[in-house]
Design a protein around this ligand. Structure first.
Ligand code: FEO
Length: 400
């Protein structure tokens, strides 16, 4: 039985959600599953925009075949060949042998790599700016290489001003029937997961996102992403978020304190610093134990706040393993443009500060605030002055 929603006169949501999945890409924790979106345009020609993950394949096929109601499917536009979106291509070819696949040269290469089938006879190759008319609708293709795979492209329906944005503007999380952003409390309930998704999945490719931004149409009435809600309200708000994230501009002036503590002493230093910041009127602040949450949420917070404080125990002449994991991911994702401060703890040969600085200074446009504060085992009363000074400098940075 179909479970779909109508988006415009001719466009339907035919995706679904998988609530059994707990790790996206077998890596990123999901507290509430994942939505895999697909869209069906019913015009003189019928067009499907992407397929879905195999986990929801049965519902997807029911949705598509029911809405087509014995009509044939003319085109499948493949925006992205990652398997969470392309798993049903061969099944669709079996159902609709005359189906034409719309994609680029790299799309075709990835299809043959994943499925070991030559689909050349089914292909309509498109390049930047090419268009296809489906009757009432005119579809224009926008190439988006390395956002975040090489074959990625977007489609703009010039008739209804709909942007099919591939992974861009997606989020972690399932949909529950409310597929439109204005049916959700999106500003409060959704942006943290949208940022976590962007920062960790696409975050490395800010330059490429910016290149696509310059090609986006001026008028966008709908954004149809491959994950998360369909945007039809407040679109400039989300575009502004993407503009900030893709230029590594802090979303907010505030402080993110990430600590890795073994026995509570580094934790106390982090808490003392946050208390002193609060006393100085800094209220936009978040303190986290990096061992208590997945690194992807810390990466998301680093994309959000303007100042990052790293407080870590030393370990094996380096840094605590969970802090090391965060630093490694920051390097992989080429995080940049933040002010940062360091607190290290080490009982006989403090080494955490050196490791943190070596990693962070290797990134672009990172500026240390003050000097590294060294704790030997536990913070001493006489170090409070130094902590005060660090809090003063951080507050100054935030208030600037
Ligand atoms: Fe949702 Fe890059 O796949």
């Amino acid at each position: 039985m179909k479970c779909t929603r109508q988006i415009t006169d001719d466009l339907y949501y035919v995706g679904s959600s998988d609530r059994r999945i707990t790790l996206f890409e077998n890596c990123f924790p999901l507290s509430d599953g994942m939505a895999y979106n697909s869209y069906l345009l019913i015009d003189e020609k019928t067009v499907l925009f992407d397929t879905v993950d195999y986990a929801i394949g049965r519902q997807f096929i029911d949705n598509v075949t029911s809405l087509l109601d014995n009509r044939k499917l003319d085109y499948l536009v493949v925006h992205h060949m990652e398997p969470d979106h392309c798993s049903l291509i061969t099944q669709l070819i079996s159902l609709y042998p005359e189906l034409k696949i719309v994609g680029n040269k790299k799309t075709a290469g990835l299809i043959s790599q994943f499925y070991h089938v030559d689909m050349t006879e089914h292909f309509i190759f498109v390049n930047e700016g090419d268009t296809i008319s489906t009757g009432k609708h005119n579809l224009k293709f926008i190439m988006a290489p390395m956002v975040h795979w090489p074959e990625v492209m977007l489609t703009y329906d010039e008739t209804d001003k709909v942007l099919f944005s591939a992974d861009a503007f997606g989020t972690f999380g399932a949909l529950d029937g409310r597929i439109f952003n204005d049916e959700l409390d999106y500003r409060n309930s959704f942006m943290d997961e949208a940022r976590r998704y962007y920062a960790n999945i696409v975050g490395k490719y800010g330059v490429q996102v910016q290149a696509v931004f310059k090609k986006l149409p001026a008028e966008i009435a709908y954004i149809c992403s491959l994950h998360g809600p369909v945007w039809r309200k407040d679109i400039p708000f989300f575009l502004e978020k993407y503009q900030a994230w893709s230029t590594y501009t802090p979303e907010e002036n505030g402080v993110f304190i990430a600590y890795a503590s073994m026995y509570g002493n580094t934790e106390l230093a982090a808490h003392l610093l946050s208390t002193k910041l609060a006393e100085r009127g800094i209220t936009n602040m978040k303190v986290v134990d990096v061992s208590a949450h997945h690194y992807s949420s810390h990466i998301s917070d680093i994309f959000k706040y303007s100042v990052v404080v790293f407080a870590s125990a030393s370990y094996n002449m380096s840094v605590h393993p969970k802090m090391n994991e965060l630093l490694t991911e920051m390097r992989e994702l080429t995080v940049r443009n933040r002010a940062y401060a360091v607190i290290e703890n080490g009982s006989w040969a403090p080494s955490a500060g050196k490791t943190i600085k070596a990693t962070v200074d290797g990134l672009k446009d990172m500026r240390q605030i003050g000097e590294t504060l060294t704790i030997k085992s536990a913070i001493m009363e006489e170090q409070e002055e130094k902590l005060d000074e660090l809090a003063r400098l951080i507050a100054e940075e935030v208030e600037d």
